[in-house]
Design a protein around this ligand. Structure first.
Ligand SMILES: NC(=O)C1=CN([C@@H]2O[C@H](COP(=O)(O)OP(=O)(O)OC[C@H]3O[C@@H](n4cnc5c(N)ncnc54)[C@H](OP(=O)(O)O)[C@@H]3O)[C@@H](O)[C@H]2O)C=CC1
Ligand SMILES: CC[C@](O)(C(C)=O)C(=O)O
Ligand SMILES: [Mg+2]
Ligand SMILES: [Mg+2]
Length: 337
C-alpha cells in the first residue's frame, strides 16, 4: 500500500505558531529546525547544557538559549535533537520532570522510542518529524523557499491532535513544501539504521576503501586509485540521484555498463545479501541498539579506535592532497543562516 503524503494544503501552520517550542540541541538538525521555525513565526527557545559549544552559535543567530530543563519547562512542544546516545539521559534528567500532561515530545529519529530507551508518560503526544536530508540542506532549502521531504510518525496521540501538530511542525521547517510521508517509529528507525549501516555509510565506505586497496596493492598509483574509487563515485551517484540507476547506465559508456551487469553482482553476491539480512535482524532484535548504548556507556573504546583507524587509512592522505588541487571540492560545510 503506498504511503500517505501530505503537502502545504494539508497542514495548518497556525497550530505550531500557537505553541511554545523547545529545540534541545543545536547541531546539524537542531539549527535548521530552530531557525526555520523562528522564521515561520514560531516561538522557539533552545535547550543546551552549560558549557555546550553550540550555545554561542545559537545566541549569535538571535535565538534565546536556556538549559534543557528550563527550555522543557517553558515549552509545550519539546523537540529532542541531541545525539541519539545522549537522548535517554537528557530525557530522564531534564525533560521528564517537565513533561506535563498535554505536552508534545518530538524526535528527529526514532531510535530511543523504538528500543525503549525513552518511555514517555501516556498523557503526552509523541511524534517524529524527520527530514530526509542533512540539517544544512534542510535550512538551505527553507531559505530558498523550498523544502526537504520529511517523514512524520505518531507513537502516542494523547490529545487527539498529534498528527495535525506534527504536520504543522513539518510545515514550519519547509517539509510540506516538498512532501511529508507518513511512517511509524518502527519503520523509520529500522530502515534508517539499515540504510546507513549496509548501504550509505558502512557499505559505501567499505566498498570504496576495498577498491582503493586492491588497486594500490596491485601497484597502481594511489592518486589514480582515489579518482577511480572515491572521487568519481559522486558523479555516478549524482546520475542515480537525478534519474535512478537506469539514468546512470544510460550516461556511462557501453563498456562500463557491460562491466556493471557482469561484474557488479560478483562483488555484491549472495553472501553479501545474506550478511545484509543478518545486519537487518540485529537491528530488528535490538542487538545493535544494545551494543551502541553499551559502547557509549563504556566511554566508546571501540568507537574511538575505529575512528582513528578510519582517519589513518591511506585513502585519506591521498584524498587530502588531491582535494587541495580542486578548489571547488574541499570546502567546509557553511552555515546558511
Ligand atoms: N545529521 C542529520 O542529518 C540527521 C540527523 N537526524 C537525527 O537528528 C538528531 C540530532 O542529530 P544531529 O543534528 O546529527 O546531531 P549533532 O551531533 O549535529 O548535534 C547535536 C547537538 O546536541 C547538542 N547536545 C549534546 N549534548 C546535549 C545535551 N545533553 N543536551 C542538549 N543538547 C546536547 C550538541 O551540542 P555541543 O555543540 O555542545 O556538542 C549539538 O548542538 C538525532 O536523533 C539524529 O539521528 C535525523 C535525520 C538526519
Ligand atoms: C545516512 C545517515 C543518517 O541516517 C542521515 C543523515 O539520514 C544519520 O543518522 O546521520
Ligand atoms: Mg537517515
Ligand atoms: Mg540515521
Amino acid at each position: 500500500m503506498p504511503a500517505e503524503v501530505f503537502y502545504d494544503d494539508d497542514a495548518d501552520l497556525s497550530l505550531i505558531q500557537g505553541r511554545k517550542v523547545a529545540v534541545l540541541g543545536y547541531g546539524s538538525q537542531g539549527h535548521a529546525h530552530a531557525l526555520s521555525l523562528r522564521d515561520s513565526g514560531v516561538d522557539v527557545r533552545i535547550g543546551l547544557p552549560e558549557g555546550s559549544k553550540s550555545r554561542a552559535k545559537a545566541e549569535e543567530q538571535g535565538l534565546r538559549v536556556l538549559s534543557p530543563a528550563e527550555a522543557s519547562a517553558e515549552a509545550d512542544v519539546i523537540m529532542i535533537l541531541a545525539p541519539d546516545t545522549v537522548q535517554r539521559s537528557l530525557y530522564a534528567d531534564h525533560v521528564a520532570p517537565n513533561l506535563t500532561a498535554g505536552k508534545a515530545l518530538f524526535f528527529g529519529h526514532g531510535l530511543n522510542i523504538r528500543f525503549g530507551l525513552i518511555t514517555p508518560p501516556a498523557d503526552v503526544d509523541v511524534c517524529m518529524v524527520a527530514p530526509k536530508g542533512p540539517g544544512h540542506l534542510v535550512r538551505r532549502q527553507f531559505v530558498d523557499g523550498k523544502g526537504v521531504p520529511c517523514l512524520i510518525a505518531i507513537e502516542q496521540d494523547a490529545t487527539g491532535n498529534a498528527q495535525a501538530l506534527a504536520l504543522a511542525y513539518a510545515a514550519g521547517i519547509g517539509g510540506t513544501r516538498a512532501g511529508v510521508i507518513k511512517t511509524t517509529f518502527k519503520e523509520e528507525t529500522e530502515t534508517d539504521l539499515f540504510g546507513e549501516q549496509a548501504v550509505l555509510c558502512g557499505g559505501a565506505s567499505a566498498l570504496v576503501q576495498t577498491g582503493f586497496e586492491v588497486l594500490t596493492e596491485a601497484g597502481y598509483a594511489p592518486e589514480i586509485a582515489y579518482f577511480e574509487c572515491l572521487h568519481e563515485l559522486k558523479l555516478i551517484v549524482d546520475l542515480m540521484y537525478e534519474g535512478g540507476i537506469a539514468r546512470m547506465r544510460y550516461s556511462v559508456s557501453d563498456t562500463a555498463e557491460y562491466g556493471d551487469y557482469t561484474r557488479g553482482p560478483r562483488v555484491i553476491d549472495a553472501r553479501v545479501k545474506e550478511e545484509m539480512k543478518r545486519i537487518l535482524s540485529e537491528i530488528q532484535s535490538g542487538e545493535f541498539a544494545r551494543e551502541l548504548i553499551a559502547e557509549d556507556d563504556a566511554g566508546r573504546p571501540n568507537f574511538t579506535k575505529y575512528r582513528e583507524q578510519g582517519a589513518n587509512h591511506p585513502i585519506e592522505e591521498t584524498g587530502k592532497q588531491l582535494r587541495s588541487m580542486m578548489s571547488w571540492v574541499d570546502r567546509p560545510i557553511t552555515e546558511t543562516a
